[in-house]
Write a protein that binds this ligand. Structure first.
Ligand SMILES: NC(=O)c1ccc[n+]([C@@H]2O[C@H](COP(=O)([O-])OP(=O)(O)OC[C@H]3O[C@@H](n4cnc5c(N)ncnc54)[C@H](OP(=O)(O)O)[C@@H]3O)[C@@H](O)[C@H]2O)c1
Length: 268
């Protein structure tokens, strides 16, 4: 496997590293990390067995791919030597809202720069990561990107002008689903179910419905219609959702998240 080095060793780096090692335990010897001088990088290296780099030069020296996985606000104060240290390397950023033009200023000599937007289910290998590249990816670099992102679940190449919308749908999306889950649980409690029963029914229903949707490969409306008999219980509930303009609310929710993503990524 190519040597992959992680600058930043927090939750996102850990999710990727765990996924890479789970897929191929031999990958351990090809991975390295470096943090900001705190506890995360030594802890991650100790837990996973990957190499703990001592300096930026040590981290990048033998790396073919450098993953930038610190917080977005750390980019502005990134060590200027990174420009030279990443020369000829593939740089993959997971920094939310950092545009390719900004990344290219910090890593001007990289052989290519890739902007990604993972989501939190990446932590259990069930994420989806939209990405875009500064230059068309060579076949070899595409394979590297797919190997890296595949460790967190699915991946999807987009154009950069689609990234704010993707951020709203799949980046923020899990939080919208969690909010829906909380609402369904609370509605169950309001309908006089014990909280633990409402909670269990909610989780199993979301999981089962998502799996069914993924496996059947049909539009959600088809599955919805299959459980909706005229004048039945589901019909009664769906009519209430429609009266409350549920779809308009979700459309506005995604539009608000997209607008904020655009605002945050402007000139950064
Ligand atoms: N978590 C998610 O679900 C998610 C989803 C999408 C995108 N992202 C992106 O992933 C990135 C990392 O998020 P996270 O949740 O993994 O953050 P995190 O858990 O807080 O980890 C941040 C890491 O950055 C390190 N760091 C701090 N300053 C540094 C510096 N100057 N140089 C190198 N490393 C430094 C920290 O090391 P110390 O312990 O030494 O301070 C720590 O290892 C963010 O840019 C975020 O936008 C995360």
């Amino acid at each position: 496997m190519a040597n992959i080095s992680f600058l930043g060793a927090g939750n996102m780096a850990a999710a990727m590293i765990d996924g890479l090692i789970a897929r191929d335990p031999a990958a351990t010897s090809s991975l390295a990390c470096l943090g900001g001088g705190g506890a995360t990088a030594p802890a991650l290296a100790a837990r996973t067995g990957i190499r703990l780099a001592t300096t930026l030069a040590d981290l990048t020296g033998s790396a073919d791919v450098v993953v930038i996985a610190f917080k977005p606000q750390h980019l502005a104060s990134a060590d200027p030597t990174l420009a030279e240290l990443t020369a000829g390397k593939l740089v993959v950023s997971v920094l939310a809202g950092k545009r390719l033009s900004t990344l290219a200023r910090v890593f001007p000599r990289a052989r290519n720069v890739v902007r990604t937007m993972p989501n939190t289910p990446a932590a259990i290998g069930a994420g989806i990561t939209p990405y875009c590249a500064a230059q068309p990816l060579s076949a070899a670099d595409r394979a590297l990107v797919e190997q890296l992102l595949g460790a967190c679940g699915q991946h999807l190449e987009l154009t950069e002008d689609q990234m704010d919308s993707a951020t709203a749908v799949s980046g923020s999306g899990p939080a919208f689903v969690f909010e829906f889950a909380a609402a369904l649980r609370d509605a169950g409690v309001a309908a006089e179910l014990p909280p633990e029963v409402a909670s269990r029914l909610t989780i199993a229903t979301l999981l089962g419905a998502a799996k069914l949707l993924a496996q059947r490969e049909v539009d959600p409306e088809v599955l919805r219609n299959q459980v909706t008999s005229p004048n039945g219980t589901t019909f009664a509930g769906l009519r209430r959702l429609e009266a409350g303009d549920f779809r308009a609310l979700i459309r506005d929710t995604v539009a608000a998240a997209r607008a904020r993503a655009a605002e945050l990524s402007r000139d950064t």
